[in-house]
Write a protein that binds this ligand. Structure first.
Ligand code: C2E
Ligand code: CA
Ligand code: CA
Length: 561
């Protein structure tokens, strides 16, 4: 065994680099050799020791093929006795097999290591690439001013949520925010201040929503949005909007200015499934529009039925100009009756639309639309002309006057007085036969031009009355400042008529006597019963109008009941 160990240790030394001392090398070889010698003598014969020896060489990093060749030479010469040649051959074969197989496995492992190293290197490269791409896409996905993600990120995220496997269960809240009158700040203090304000707004939104894990984006200009995922109720979504309005309400300190702003928000809350991202954003925008239209500094939740109504209204308002050209707008006239004598003294002209598809539409369907679009200005004068044409055909001594509604928008139109007087002139109708009904809100904040219009109309002999009196402002100063002929008490003031103890009755009584003392003609609207008519007469109200006296009818059928 000693000879074997010495020769074997010498044979493998120097073939390949293995960091073992001579002593360590000899101990290592001794271990292998003694197992092989044992195997030579042990019954039954088991060549496994040879296999293990071969594997052990490889494991100890004696991996050069030359090691195996020299090992085999040594074993052939030194494994005794000679007589056991078969065993020796079998052992040597096993050593060779153990060596090669181990070597092969190790090579494969090495290759795997190379592959792993390679993969790591490639990943690094990819990461580097991704970072540079990210730098590029950061610019594409972020707003350079506030560093918030932009609308693209929002749409992407909504798309992802819409295609996620649990999308059925995923409800989202999307809140679109728009600063109120931001342009005014931009215009008056300059864009740099506006920019800094936007950055400060972005910071507050980030502080509010970021900590809750919501996505905050700047859409454009002064428009932002917050996306809340996996919310459980509509209240969750509206709460976010309310928090936004609160957090933006505190004044901003920008460049020495203390800026107070308000914002409006539109909220949509629903499952993401079956919705395109654009539809979701549009819905939130529609709600935002409602918030603005309802007076700004508030949030509105998207509701389908309100949207349907809006769509129908917009369709209708788009039809108004053509309908005017086709003469589809007409007037019906409702009797104005003197309560003391029960005589017909005048009639209010009420607009109707003979719509080719929807039939006759009441004023409530389209007057507001025409006001919103400004079309009330041309429509109003067209209707006034119709009313005058009709009134000059009424007979009586004096003939009934016609009372025409005039919108605030019309009243603020320069040249209205001249236009109306020209119509009267053309038709040959005395101004005293015309009465105009204007609303309280139109006269409360009057400018000089409106005052001039009212004065010109009044001095020509046209009468002016305040419509729906008692429903809006309770500042009566204008009643004696302006050239006003009378007031029309809103129908709802009659609710408590006949119940002398009710508060409404006291209000009605007070308003009638106020009008009386100011020398104004008091007309009560919405008189539906004989009891109401009697009570009103007793209180000193001069004129009554309502179903009790007659429904609105075409001009040629106007008679007092
Ligand atoms: P308004 O001036 O207060 O007109 C009175 C409304 O009450 C009319 O509705 C009339 O039909 C209705 N009414 C009449 N008697 C009674 C009654 O006994 N009980 C109840 N509950 N209601 C009664 P209409 O015709 O639908 O008009 C609605 C509003 O549209 C009007 O309110 C007026 O502000 C506006 N409007 C109507 N015609 C014109 C117009 O030619 N120009 C302008 N600018 N506005 C108009
Ligand atoms: Ca009226
Ligand atoms: Ca009225």
């Amino acid at each position: 065994v000693n000879e074997l160990v010495r020769e074997w240790a010498a044979a493998i030394h120097g073939v390949c680099f293995v960091p073992l001392t001579a002593q360590e090398r000899r101990m290592f070889v001794l271990g292998l050799a003694s197992r092989l010698v044992d195997a030579m003598h042990t019954e039954p014969f088991d060549p496994a020791a040879g296999y293990e020896a071969g594997a052990a060489l490889v494991a100890a990093d004696y991996t050069a093929p030359e090691v195996l060749a020299r090992t085999i030479t040594v074993l052939q010469r030194r494994l005794v006795p000679q007589a056991a040649q078969v065993r020796r051959a079998a052992l040597i074969e096993a050593v060779a097999a153990g060596f090669t197989r181990s070597l092969r496995r190790r090579t494969l492992d090495d290759q795997e290591t190379i592959r792993v190293a390679d993969r790591a290197a490639r990943t690094d490269a990819e990461r580097a690439l991704r970072i540079s791409e990210a730098r590029f896409s950061y610019a594409a996905l972020h707003d350079p001013l506030t560093h918030l993600p932009n609308q693209t990120v929002l749409i992407d995220r909504l798309e992802q949520l819409g295609t996620a496997h649990d999308r059925e269960a995923t409800r989202i809240g999307l809140c679109c925010i728009d600063l109120d009158r931001f342009e005014a700040i931009n215009d008056s203090l300059g864009p740099p201040v506006g920019d800094r304000l936007l950055v400060a707004v972005a910071d507050r939104l980030r502080g509010l929503a970021g900590e809750r894990g919501h996505l905050v984006v700047r859409r454009n200009g002064d428009k932002f949005a917050i996306l809340a995922e996996r919310i459980t109720s509509t209240e969750d979504a509206t709460k976010i909007a309310d928090q936004v309005l609160t957090v933006l309400a505190a004044p901003f300190q920008i460049d020495g200015y203390e800026l107070s702003i308000t914002a409006s928000a539109g909220v949509v809350e629903r499952p993401v499934s079956g919705e395109t991202p654009t539809a979701l954003v549009q819905a939130a925008d529609v709600a935002l529009h409602w918030a603005k239209a309802d007076g700004r500094n508030r949030s509105r939740l998207f509701e389908t039925h309100r949207n349907d109504r809006d769509v129908a209204r917009h369709r209708l308002s788009a039809e108004i100009p053509a309908a005017m050209r086709r003469g589809e707008f007409t007037l019906v006239y409702q009797p104005l009756v003197e309560l003391a004598t029960n005589q017909l003294v005048g009639a209010e002209a009420l607009a109707r639309w003979r719509h080719p598809l929807h039939g006759e539409l009441g004023a409530d369907y389209f007057v507001e639309l025409a006001e919103d679009t400004g079309l009330i200005v041309p429509l109003g004068i067209q209707l006034l002309e119709q009313a005058c044409h009709q009134a000059v055909r009424w007979y009586g001594n004096p003939p009934p006057f016609v009372s025409v509604n005039v919108s605030t928008r019309q009243l603020h139109q320069p040249g209205l007085a001249g236009e109306i007087l020209e119509v009267l002139d053309r038709i040959g109708m005395p101004p005293a036969q015309l009465q105009l009904e204007i609303t309280e809100s139109a006269v409360v904040a009057t400018d000089n031009q409106t005052l001039g219009t009212l004065a010109a109309l009044a001095s020509s002999g046209i009468r002016i009355v305040i419509d729906d009196f008692g429903t809006g402002y309770s500042n009566f100063a204008y009643l004696y400042d302006l050239p006003i002929h009378g007031i029309k008490l809103a129908g709802k003031l009659l609710r408590d008529v006949g119940r002398p103890t009710a508060a409404g009755h006291a209000v009605l009584t007070a308003l009638i006597s106020l009008g009386f003392r100011l020398g104004l003609t008091v007309t009560a609207e919405g008189v539906e019963t004989g009891v109401q008519a009697r009570v009103l007469r007793g209180l000193g109200c001069r004129i009554g109008q309502g179903w009790h006296f007659g429904h609105p009818v075409p001009g040629h059928r106007l008679t007092a009941t």
